[in-house]
Design a protein around this ligand. Structure first.
Ligand code: G6P
Length: 500
């Protein structure tokens, strides 16, 4: 429950009063989520999905956290997506939102630079080369401080604060220094790299130190938690025992114990299941098939347009299958939804050019007057249209080269209420740990990928049903409410201190 208090905790994260902070008015919360993005993003009326100046933010993080936040009385601290616009705290969709402002420079240096051109590629197996710039790092520290300040201003005594993702790795320590009364959790939605790769980061110590400010650091896979603990040992000399790091203060004494553990994230199963049973959405799925000329097989890819998603590998495999005559434009249609993402970052611009060039080449070669090989849609769609697409698709292609989890795979499986359809899933997506009955493959192996796609296209209904049932059971038993409940329960647990 949130309250408006007259008095508020004295310090902010750098000890100075925050500009524009009206102390007497600050609403205080006993539960706060902090992420770079708020669940809604500023938009212009002509943008698709824009209502009253807001639309749903992109990406899996918001998909996973929004259901929990609509059910709690907490507040969500984050950026609203519009550079240089100051917005006061407000409520939207049943959630209290506390906007943090980013200037144009912050967007360039902190968001596009350090977050998405240093950390993102570094944490995703250096698929693209990470860039290291000191000005970006300075901005990352400064903006992390601003997020920490916003929390300090709004967190009630003893509140629980749950910090999210790679953009805010310094926030846990900043919070602990300013407000030792808080319970601090952190969850990394993307992979955590092995120490051999993490070693490249000039600021590796500060990042580990920042994360260790948390009581509990959550990861998608146990391998990510293991990588983090090995880095803590290697770069900070931390003593790590049974997933616990004894964090030492400047005097060498243990200040607290930080635990690292895997909590695989999931989706709002109820929402997707209900949509998948809605007659209007089922009819929309039929219409999609009719619009495509009733092909025997519809294949689907749904991704942010990101180089980690393996879209190029997928298109290459599909093009070769067309060239080999294994699939034809009459029998099969590939729909590729690529939602716009990080469009001012160089690697994303290059990717878009390449993907669009490849789609143009494939369609130019194989299209007929009636049929198109690849329907390429550079849009984001509301969830009901996504579920209609999942229902229409006989084969779902998730070919990520590296992915923290991949919630699209879990949404597809959940939407297949008839237990039909086939999921081709990269072993490099976190979801592969849970969806063992998917057709798992290595997307770098183009022949293997082609064979797996054909196995999915030709799969007999009995086998498809056996696999889908088992995957559906896994997801239905582990929805996103369980994920957040497990994390928050672990955060509350008393840690037995072992100073030996
Ligand atoms: C991934 C990240 C999120 C991010 C989302 C969208 O899911 O884990 O932290 O918000 O992508 O990316 P964007 O850069 O648009 O926030």
């Amino acid at each position: 429950m949130h309250t408006t208090h007259r008095e508020k905790p004295e310090a902010n994260a750098d000890g100075k009063p925050a500009p524009g902070d009206s102390h007497a008015e600050a609403a205080l919360y006993d539960f706060m989520v902090v992420s770079n993005r708020l669940p809604v993003d500023r938009c212009a009326p002509e943008d698709s999905g824009c209502e009253d100046g807001w639309r749903r933010s992109p990406g899996g993080l918001v998909t996973a956290l929004a259901p929990m936040m609509t059910k709690t009385d907490g507040a969500w601290v984050g950026w609203h997506g519009a550079p240089d616009e100051t917005i006061e705290p407000f409520s939207h969709g049943g959630m209290d939102l506390v906007p943090v402002q980013l200037s144009n420079d912050d967007v360039e240096l902190f968001y596009e630079g350090f977050s998405n051109a240093t950390l993102w590629p570094l944490y995703h197996d250096v698929i693209a080369p990470p860039e290291f710039h000191r000005t970006w790092w300075d901005s990352y520290r400064k903006v992390n401080r601003r997020f920490a300040d916003a929390v300090v201003r709004h967190a009630d005594q003893g509140a629980t604060v749950w910090v999210q993702d790679y953009q805010l790795q310094l926030v846990p320590k900043m919070l602990r220094e300013a407000r030792p009364d808080l319970k601090i959790g952190f969850f990394n939605h993307i992979p955590f790299p092995p120490p051999e790769i993490f070693a490249q980061l000039p600021w590796r110590k500060a990042i580990i130190d920042g994360l260790l400010g948390a009581d509990l650091v959550g990861f998608q896979r146990s391998s990510d938690a293991g990588n983090f603990m090995r880095s803590a040992r290697r770069f900070l000399g931390a003593s790590v025992k049974q997933q616990q790091v004894h964090v030492k203060g400047p005097d060498g004494r243990t200040t607290h114990i930080a635990r690292a553990q895997a909590f695989p994230i999931s989706i709002d199963v109820k929402q997707i299941s209900e949509l998948a049973r809605n007659p209007e959405i089922i009819e929309r799925a039929h219409q999609i098939r009719r619009d495509l000329g009733n092909p025997k097989t519809i294949l689907l890819g749904v991704d942010r347009l990101d180089y980690t998603k393996g879209i190029r590998h997928r298109l290459k495999a599909y093009e070769e299958l067309l060239a080999d005559g294994k699939v034809t434009v009459e029998d099969a249609a590939l729909i590729q939804v690529a939602s716009p993402s990080r469009e001012r970052v160089e690697q994303y611009r290059l990717l878009r050019e390449e993907v669009e060039g490849t789609v143009g080449h494939i369609n130019g070669t194989y299209d007929t007057m009636q049929n198109t090989a690849v329907r390429y849609l550079h849009h984001s769609y509301p969830i009901d249209e996504m579920v209609a697409l999942y229902l229409a698709a006989d084969v779902m292609l998730v070919t990520a080269l590296r992915d923290g989890m991949n919630l699209v795979a879990k949404e597809y499986v959940t939407a297949r209420t008839n237990n039909d359809g086939a999921l081709v899933l990269s072993e490099f997506a976190g979801a592969a740990d849970q969806l063992k009955q998917a057709l798992l493959m290595n997307p770098h192996d183009i022949d293997g990928l082609k064979d797996t796609i054909m196995k999915a296209v030709d799969m007999q209904p009995a086998e498809a049903s056996r696999r889908m049932r088992s995957m559906r059971k896994q997801i239905l038993d582990h929805d996103v409410d369980l994920w957040s409940a497990d994390f928050l329960a672990a955060l509350k647990e008393k840690v037995v201190r072992d100073d030996s």
